[in-house]
Design a protein around this ligand. Structure first.
Ligand code: ATP
Ligand code: MG
Ligand code: MG
Length: 307
């Protein structure tokens, strides 16, 4: 079983503008749609596309619970949240201008969780997770959930002995490496928190990989570098037309872990993840990809051992 943990979930409200965003003018919307936000939820969605059973855990606010649940149900995502009474799950506003690629993202901070809420999460996790399971902790942490709380969560998971994957950034990412997790996937900016970006980048990666079993650095359209079991691999991307790369990393992480859980060889996990993430950037939301298209794209992805 795979569990994803989204500590600071969000509901993405996609605002499709008529024309471009202009100050001093009434900017009209063509349409508004909703999508799941939250990196763990994105991971769950990607695993679902591979047919890999998983459940989304984390916090959710009660005052707009129906909104989040409808989106998750619509995507077929199984969930079991710690409900935080009287609070609303935050919304993120994704502004999409007509005829222009990319998006403008505006996010709320999220509600504050109390020590009591955090304890309930620990209890839920400890009740569910078994040694043979995989847990993905992804995304930002909410106000009230500090580094000590993250450390405690990681320590409890370590005591269970499950596979721990983290898609975190900044101090949280550093903490995950310090505690010792099995998988991280920083992007090219996030990795700068862990290693200097000088000419010896690969040496630094090798050094870091002694602490993390599966270390993947994603480099957007330039692919990714993976270090595992003393080997370093360079993974290419298939050529695609970029529409919106938000969630590319989440798609990569979800499909990589999903295929790893199916005991696929590492090179297969890497090439499939690269293909799924590339297929995803052709859509304007943060979750969609087509697994059949991805299997076609996978044919041109190369995974090369570079040391
Ligand atoms: P996220 O928004 O999910 O946090 P990220 O910044 O963590 O994304 P990226 O490094 O941007 O992750 O992308 C992850 C992977 O997605 C890349 O390693 C690559 O395989 C694929 N990818 C991203 N952008 C492109 C692109 N323009 N063309 C093809 N593949 C891409
Ligand atoms: Mg990126
Ligand atoms: Mg990312």
């Amino acid at each position: 079983m795979i569990y994803t943990i989204t500590l600071n979930p969000t509901i993405d409200r996609l605002l499709f503008l008529e024309g471009t965003l202009t100050k001093g003018k009434n900017n009209r919307l063509r349409k508004v749609t909703y999508d799941i936000g939250g990196k763990g939820h994105h991971g769950s969605n990607a695993m679902n596309q591979l047919g890999v059973k998983n459940q989304a855990l984390g916090f959710s606010g009660t005052t707009n619970a129906g909104k989040l649940e409808n989106i998750l149900l619509d995507k077929g995502i199984d969930y079991d949240f710690v409900e935080v009474y009287g609070k609303a799950t935050r919304e993120s506003y994704v502004i999409l201008e007509e005829g222009i690629g990319g998006s403008i993202l505006i996010t709320e901070k999220g509600f504050t969780v109390t020590d009591y809420d955090i304890e309930l999460l620990y209890e839920k996790v400890e009740k569910k997770v078994q040694k043979e399971d995989m847990v993905l902790i992804a995304g930002s942490t909410p106000p009230g959930f500090d580094l000590n709380d993250l450390e405690e969560l990681l320590e409890r998971l370590k005591r269970i002995g499950c596979f721990i994957a983290c898609d975190l950034s900044g101090e949280a990412l550093k903490k995950a490496v310090e505690v010792g997790v099995d998988f991280i996937k920083p992007n090219r900016f996030e990795v700068q928190e862990l290693v200097p970006s000088d000419d010896n980048f690969l040496d630094h990666i090798k050094e870091l990989s002694e602490k993390v079993d599966y270390l993947i650095v994603s480099l957007g359209k330039d692919g990714s570098i993976c270090s595992h079991a003393g080997e370093v691999y360079e993974v290419s991307t298939p050529p695609v037309e970029l529409v919106n790369d938000t969630g590319a990393g989440d798609c990569f992480v979800g499909t990589f872990l999903g295929s790893l859980s199916l005991n696929q060889p590492l090179t297969e996990c890497l090439s499939l993840a690269s293909a799924c993430a590339a297929d995803h950037v052709q859509y304007n939301d943060s979750t969609t990809f087509d697994i059949n298209n991805a299997r076609e794209l996978q044919k041109v992805v190369t995974v090369k051992k570079i040391s």
